[in-house]
Design a protein around this ligand. Structure first.
Ligand code: SAH
Length: 355
């Protein structure tokens, strides 16, 4: 694979252009074209510069291969990377704007038992530009521009992959996507979800990127957590909570816990009581979601009444919590369903592809 030009900061783009012996306004042209989701070959720089760039850099590092649209308006994208790998992303439409869920790795090696993204292990890390590229091409497809004209207003790093297992590329992506000279999405409109790599959470707290840090907890004791999340053998809940407190101390941002309700596993009222005990007094919020059953796994979702009772119990303890509704489940776009069924049967699923 050639290099990815969308990895570069605006300053690095200026260096690339200067090294090619071109005037500095070409760097601005190039940067603006890339941020608008254009291929290098579409950007009106000099023919000479374009030819030189195309020798070294991928013309189209992220291409939209298919789009699926759910009944609730949620769209799932199948993206093709330059080396032929496929990744998925989801766009959720809310009253306040559009939230895009991006992938940070092809596959994942964290091994969570309820998650589809980890079934084939880790294939490779995405580069910063391949993460950004997912947003740029969707923004372009929807006719969006930059800053206040963006069609993608919010970003969540909750697609396939563990963001902190691809730390350097993810941080570079975050710096580029929040750059006011770029697409300019503010850190407060970005959420990053981690399975709880406590050491990286601490390092990240000092990067000066005050985004919404989200931690996948899904259990109240280390032993129970280890049953579904192998990462629990590397980092304890206590270490994770300490890292969260450090994040709050450094950024002033309250943090969020994801808790997927699994029948017979973590969804009884005793678990709600223990969770409240664990989180009491902490500046955090709990996002409950009913497990989205993945067909390769035997775990089942807690039913709606169970989920409501769990929520009520948490709230009665004074814990800030909400039960998230799952979006896009009819197109396999819901949490944990991100999986290229396309690869298996060549047609995605029952939903009608848009293109
Ligand atoms: N690696 C990151 C981001 C991955 S996915 C992390 O672990 O946080 C984003 C969220 O979806 C995580 O909270 C993850 O635990 C959750 N998730 C994965 N599979 C799920 C499923 N089948 N049902 C419900 N939530 C799921």
């Amino acid at each position: 694979m050639k290099q990815v030009l969308q990895d570069k900061t605006q300053a690095e783009l200026a260096e690339v252009v200067a090294r090619a012996g071109e005037k500095s306004f070409r760097a601005r042209q190039l940067g603006e074209g890339l941020i608008h989701g254009k291929r290098i070959s579409e950007i009106p720089v000099s023919a000479d510069l374009r030819a030189r760039l195309l020798e070294e850099y991928e013309d189209e590092p992220v291409r939209i291969e298919r789009v699926f649209t759910a009944k609730d308006g949620t769209q799932k994208f199948l993206f093709a990377l330059a080396d032929g790998n496929l990744i998925e992303g989801v766009l959720m439409k809310y009253k306040y704007g559009n939230t895009q869920c991006v992938s940070t790795q092809v596959g994942c090696r964290m091994g969570c038992k309820f998650c589809a993204s980890t079934l084939g292990g880790l294939v490779r890390n995405l580069t910063a530009g391949e993460i950004l590229g997912q947003i740029l091409v969707v923004n372009r497809l929807l006719g969006g521009g930059l800053k206040d004209k963006r069609a993608v207003t919010n970003v969540v790093l909750m697609g396939s992959g563990e963001p902190f297992d691809n730390y350097d590329n993810v941080v570079r992506f975050l710096r580029n996507v929040t750059d006011g000279d770029g697409i300019g999405i503010s850190a407060r409109n970005i959420s990053l979800s981690t399975c709880g790599l406590a050491d990286r959470m601490r390092t990240f707290a000092e990067e000066g990127i005050p985004l919404n840090l989200t931690v996948s907890l899904h259990a109240v004791t280390d032993a129970e957590r280890a049953r579904t999340m192998p990462v629990a053998n590397a980092f304890s809940i206590a270490e994770i909570l300490d890292a969260c407190a450090f994040y709050f101390q450094k950024t002033g941002r309250r943090y969020i816990f994801e808790y997927s309700l699994i029948a017979g596993e973590n969804a009884d009222l005793v678990h709600a009581d223990a969770l409240a005990q664990l989180l009491r007094g902490r500046p955090c919020h709990v996002n409950l979601i009913r497990l989205n059953a993945v067909k390769e796994r035997s775990l089942r979702a807690a039913d709606e009444a169970n989920a409501q009772a769990f929520l009520k119990r948490l709230l009665s303890h004074g814990i800030s919590a909400t039960l998230r509704r799952s979006m896009g489940s009819d197109i396999g776009g819901a949490c944990g369903q991100l999986r290229a069924s396309y690869l298996e049967n060549g047609k995605g699923n029952e939903a009608e592809p848009m293109s």
